[in-house]
Ligand binder design. Structure first.
Ligand code: FES
Ligand SMILES: [Fe+2]
Length: 416
């Protein structure tokens, strides 16, 4: 069945709503997307020390993301090689060994089967232990500290997959003179909506003013005029999308707005001088002047707005998505800046902020609403906004739906 229908003569683009509901579509996505391409696993700075680990699920598969005792970043399937029990039942920690609670096999943090009780029952113990080593995810690669894995060995290399998105990840990674790091702790929440609604929402500038009118009012009251002028959407290829936003908000250390306070105003001038000296005026301006929302297909969102957030999407069911979010900050920034950054972040994209609950309500409302038209001829969602402008060869605006269309085109191609 055709899910995405596009007609450049009629200037129509529509997506069949079964794509958000159907178990069959979900199973196809698991195989053709989540099982077949690079997925964002986490950032190296989440596991800074040898022995550090985090557990998380990607594409439905429980994983251990760890740094072994020699400092090598690894990803293992979190299933004991003996009979498949979840091996590590902690969210995070530091360990030299992962020991299975069922029959007490112990694996090193580099994956070797180190010890098992009563091993003399196996004829050739060294060979058996080697055969039963912990299973690594077949592909793991890193760009700017962002760690990706693939469950299929046959994926192109990571930089080919990232394509033009790699550059925008680098821009964010180069904000801090001493580098960037994730803050400890994760915001984990579950949304009653399909994962693709979360992607659409992030690439949708059209909803900003109506959905987030409380936030827009708050900015206006603090002296910042929000505008949708000169804000554009880019198709980066491979399903990746980008919004470049200038009138959206200030940027800590880079574009001052009144709610940041006077001390930050002066620091912003110094910080720009530092960036220009380190990176040159052009690159400094490209990094600092505009906010960016980057989507890296299929599960990474990088919000480089007034504060920086890394968000990861994990589809659980057709109508349910787990979201993890981390704050991304400059290494060694002054304590008062760090406080301002965290405060600013939670005010907007945090799970209790002025934006994210609105967004979640929006895509949960879509998920609830689309059952109304199931099995009728009206079971389609429209994403044609801005096609006439695009047809004339103009750059798509952030308040049109071009970035959604490029996502859906890629989705249709890979799931066909
Ligand atoms: S299942 Fe893990 S030791 Fe048996
Ligand atoms: Fe939003």
């Amino acid at each position: 069945m055709v899910v995405v229908e596009e007609d450049w003569d009629a200037l129509t683009f529509r997506v069949h709503r079964s794509a958000y509901r159907s178990a069959e579509v979900f199973a196809r996505e698991q195989a053709r997307i989540w099982g077949s391409t690079w997925l964002y696993l986490g950032h190296e700075t989440e596991i800074p020390n040898p022995g550090d680990f985090k557990t998380r699920t990607l594409g439905g598969r429980p994983l251990i993301f760890c740094r072994d005792s020699a400092g090598v970043v690894r990803a293992f399937y979190n299933a004991c090689t003996h009979r498949g029990t979840i091996l590590c039942r902690h969210e995070e920690g530091n360990t030299k060994f992962f020991q299975c609670f069922y029959h007490a096999w112990a694996f090193t943090n580099a994956g070797a089967l180190h010890a098992l009780p009563d091993d003399e029952a196996y004829p050739d113990v060294p060979a058996f232990k080697e055969r039963m080593a912990l299973r690594q995810v077949p592909r793991l690669a890193t760009h700017e500290g962002f760690v990706f894995v693939a469950f299929s060995p046959d994926v192109p290399d990571l930089m080919t997959h990232l394509g033009r998105a790699a550059h925008y990840m680098s821009l964010t990674a180069r904000i801090g003179a001493e580098g960037m790091t994730t803050l400890p702790g994760v915001q984990l929440y579950s949304v009653k909506g399909n994962w693709k609604l979360a992607v659409e929402n992030a690439m949708d500038g059209y909803h900003f003013a109506p959905t987030h009118n409380t936030f827009v009012g708050y900015l206006r009251e603090t002296g910042f005029a929000v505008t949708d002028d000169d804000q554009y959407a880019y198709d980066l290829g491979g399903g990746h999308g980008l919004l470049i936003l200038t009138g959206h908000n200030g940027r800590i250390g880079m574009v001052w707005e009144p709610r940041f306070g006077d001390a930050e105003k002066e620091r912003t001038i110094d910080k720009r001088a530092e960036m220009v000296a380190r990176l040159g005026p052009e690159l400094a301006a490209e990094i600092a002047d505009a906010s960016r929302i980057l989507f890296v297909f299929p599960n990474l969102l990088l919000f480089d707005l007034e504060a920086l957030t890394i968000r990861q999407l994990e589809p659980v069911e057709p109508g349910r998505t787990d979201v993890r979010a981390w704050q991304f900050v400059e290494v060694d920034e002054p304590a008062d800046v760090r406080t301002l950054r965290i405060k600013t972040m939670v005010s907007f994209v945090g799970p209790g902020g002025l934006a994210t609950p609105d967004d979640i309500e929006a895509y949960e409302a879509v998920q609830r609403g689309i059952v109304a038209t199931a099995e009728t001829e009206y079971d389609w969602s429209d994403m044609s906004r801005g096609m006439a402008n695009e047809k004339q060869g103009n750059q798509g605006r952030s308040i049109d739906e071009g970035a959604m269309r490029s996502f859906w085109r890629h989705w249709a191609e890979v799931t066909a």
